[in-house]
Design a protein around this ligand. Structure first.
Ligand code: A3P
Length: 298
């Protein structure tokens, strides 16, 4: 049923996307030139999509004629299991121009074999779980079918802390890609939302270098990085016409609901000290010894 979570392999999948996840896993054929963006839901996927799309296409489009002005970002950089493989489809992706940029929320161990065996690159964006949770709760509330009871913050928080939410547990998600990025840094780039907020220019350079589209000295002098950064900023993206025109992602989620506040630390307006303490303990316990240090602010 679309409204339940299913334990599939070792993670929880929302029912409405289960066929999409399985079909994607079994049918997707990655090419060497592919770029796969991976995130835990509500960790800044929309932002990463806009940045990567703008970086790899910057020689083709100017800001005046970028397709981002006319199509919503989720159409240009589709979710594999949600936009393309939903309903058991095996879509013909051959018409999509190279470099193809796709997104998924599927954890590392369950990615299709072709993503692992080709030289395609994976960019992972991770967000501190406090803000990630608050963002998720707002999104669930906003997109929940109207005939269902609202979800309390406390209920959702408990599920999040025990790992029982879509694509959870979040710690397994983070660690799968973190460990892979340590083993194979040319394959997986691990980014943090908070770093992107703090020093967007530096993180964009890392991204561009990793993807094989480095910024030239001339581009740096001309302020190309700053221009892309501004164009893809929260305000810049939110105010683009196609992102607030009523378009839906997979005929389900309003594109506008992917833009809420876009800040670091909003969790402080919602979590009680004891909730923050509980989540901090979960994070510390699960990430101990991994070398992954999240800026928790808690
Ligand atoms: P908040 O709910 O904290 O505002 P996703 O894209 O993975 O669904 O994540 C959505 C979160 O990213 C939301 O967080 C949203 O506001 C934020 N976001 C969307 N676009 C952004 C941008 N260009 N820059 C920074 N944050 C952005």
């Amino acid at each position: 049923h679309g409204r339940y979570l299913y334990l599939y392999r070792d993670f929880w999948v929302p029912g409405y996307v289960l066929t999409g996840v399985i079909s994607f896993q079994q049918n997707f054929q990655a090419k060497d030139t592919e770029i796969i963006l991976v995130t835990f839901p509500k960790s800044g996927t929309t932002w990463l999509k806009a940045l990567v799309y703008s970086i790899v296409n910057r020689k083709i489009f100017s800001f005046d004629n970028t397709p981002l002005n006319t199509s919503n970002v989720h159409e240009l950089v589709p979710f594999l299991e949600l936009n393309l493989y939903l309903n058991g489809l095996n879509p013909d992706l051959s018409g999509i121009p190279s470099p193809r940029v796709f997104t998924t929320h599927v954890p590392y161990p369950s990615l299709p074999e072709s993503i692992k065996s080709t030289t395609c690159r994976i960019v992972y964006l991770c967000r501190n779980p406090f803000d990630n949770f608050i963002s998720l709760w707002h999104f669930l509330m906003r997109t929940r079918p109207k005939d269902l009871e609202p979800l309390s913050l406390e209920y959702c928080f408990d599920k999040f802390c025990t790992g029982t939410c879509g694509y959870g547990p979040f710690w397994d998600h983070f660690l799968g890609f973190w460990n892979e990025s340590l083993k194979n840094p040319n394959k997986v780039l691990f980014l943090m939302y908070e770093d992107m907020k703090m020093d967007n220019k530096l993180q964009m350079k890392r991204l561009a270098d990793f993807l094989g589209y480095p910024f030239s000295e001339n581009e740096e002098k001309e302020g190309v990085i700053e221009k892309i950064s501004k164009f893809c900023s929260f305000e810049g993206m939110r105010d683009l016409q196609p992102n607030n025109s009523g378009d839906k992602v997979a005929e389900r989620f309003d594109v506008a609901s992917y833009f809420r506040k876009g800040e670091v630390g909003d969790w402080m307006n919602y979590l009680t000290p004891s909730m923050a303490d509980r989540l901090k303990k979960v994070v510390e316990e699960k990430l101990r010894g991994s070398g992954l240090n999240l800026k928790l602010f808690g």
